[in-house]
Design a protein around this ligand. Structure first.
Ligand code: SF4
Length: 415
């Protein structure tokens, strides 16, 4: 197996052995597909055609499937389809029943159990859809749902009511109506293409859609939300990059949850996008026994930066029906944030958010750093727990020069 050490710093590294190991970039290799010709393996359409989509296929590849997984895979096609690309499957350690890739894409029977507070549309998207496939929840931007298909299906997907069309939602985007609505609303300056995965559209379709959107004079910039560089890096071809770079400013948000997902292949795909001038951000979901661990999270964030991807959001897992077994606690999320801010590169620290249940939008949640605030001063603590005072200006804006105090230490430079 091809592997490449992540650490570029010679000599002593402060990283623990586990962290160093998690930060190695490895190739997914061929695994059970070792006889597949290279031309097929590198072809994204071949990868899609050969996805694992049935219990039979899964059992042949993972003979140690548990009874919970067998029952989950049996029922998957009535809720959220089972699909895993051969490439992504190879990132799994087949011996490990708690493998983080396995936990994300292999269905389990727990998905059929719905807690009273769980919902099929936890972000209230359907209630904010003026036309099918368009969500207008924030004042100056819209979510444009392009397709209900993904290269693989995440078992905690917030749009599982819709993606894969397993539960009868029957999603049919109407591009003319979606685009017409945007044309009629000059307050919209930002469109996020999502789904399903927009990068599953053919090059021609994507080119045409982006061209129509770019022709709308009041649109300032476009965004694409995609998990393709992680599930199917073969899709990031020179031809696709040539199309995308025509429509700048265009941003891409990827979705990556565990450092093992950042393979050599994924890094190459991300570098191709970055070389095309596309700013890249990552949205992770905090998942139980996947990434709710400090070393795993740190390795993920550090590897993202090495792939030229800025960690953007860390989502508290939405209250999607049947996701309780994957949902970590807010307390754990806050503890992770506490151990990241100040302890590692500021660029590596994402904003931790809860998408307020029912359609309230993203709410940032943070450990408390303001200890007290009044008309005269703000009392803050830093990442080491040291306390500092910052004087408040009479109009409420901070003064340029902090008041000196013998009891309090001066404010250090941020990392
Ligand atoms: S890639 Fe995104 S839209 Fe598709 S199943 Fe995963 S979370 Fe849902």
């Amino acid at each position: 197996m091809q592997a490449e050490m992540a650490s570029a710093v010679p000599g002593k590294s402060p990283d623990s052995g586990t962290l160093r190991e998690l930060k190695v970039f490895r190739s997914a290799g061929r695994g059970p597909w070792e006889k597949t010709p290279d031309s097929d393996w590198q072809d994204w359409r071949w990868q899609l055609k050969h996805r694992i989509t049935s219990l039979d296929q899964l059992q042949k590849l993972l003979p140690n499937l548990t009874k919970e997984e067998i029952a989950g895979a049996t029922l998957a096609n009535h809720k959220l389809a089972l699909a895993i690309t051969p490439y992504f499957f190879n990132l799994m350690d087949p011996e490990n029943l708690q493998d983080p890739v396995r936990r994300q894409v292999v269905p389990r029977i727990e998905e059929t159990r719905t807690a009273p507070w769980e919902m099929s549309d936890p972000c209230g998207e359907d209630g904010h859809s003026p036309v099918p496939g368009l969500v207008h929840r924030y004042p100056d931007r819209v979510l444009f749902l392009v397709t209900d298909r993904c290269a693989a299906y995440c078992r905690y997907c917030t749009r599982s009511r819709l993606v894969s069309n397993a539960s009868g939602y029957d999603f049919h985007p109407e591009f003319d109506r979606q685009i017409g609505y945007i044309q009629e609303h000059p307050e919209i300056r930002d469109v996020l293409l999502s789904g399903g995965d927009p990068l599953l559209l053919s090059d021609d379709k994507l080119d045409h859609l982006l061209g129509r959107l770019r022709a709308i004079p009041h649109l300032e910039f476009l965004r694409i939300g995609t998990r393709i560089p992680i599930f199917l890096p073969q899709r990031i071809t020179p031809a696709l990059c040539a199309i995308l770079k025509k429509y700048h400013p265009l941003f891409i948000s990827i979705h990556c949850n565990h450092p093992v997902e950042l393979s050599l292949e994924a890094r190459q795909a991300l570098e191709s996008l970055a070389d095309s001038g596309i700013p890249l951000g990552n949205q992770s979901v905090l998942l139980k026994q996947v990434n709710d661990d400090l070393e795993v999270m740190k390795a993920l964030l550090h590897k993202l930066l090495m792939c030229r991807v800025r960690p953007y959001y860390l989502y508290q897992c939405d209250l999607i029906a049947g996701s309780a077994h994957l949902r970590s606690s807010v307390q754990k999320g806050l503890a992770l944030m506490e151990q990241l801010r100040g302890h590692t590169t500021g660029y590596a620290v994402p904003t931790y958010v809860i998408d307020a249940p029912g359609g309230g939008g993203k709410v940032p949640i943070n450990p408390e750093y303001i200890l007290c605030r009044n008309a005269g001063r703000v009392l803050i603590r830093n990442y080491e727990g040291k306390v500092f005072e910052y004087p408040e200006a009479p109009d409420g804006s901070p003064l340029a020069r902090p008041k000196s105090s013998t009891a309090l230490e001066s404010v250090p430079d941020p990392a």
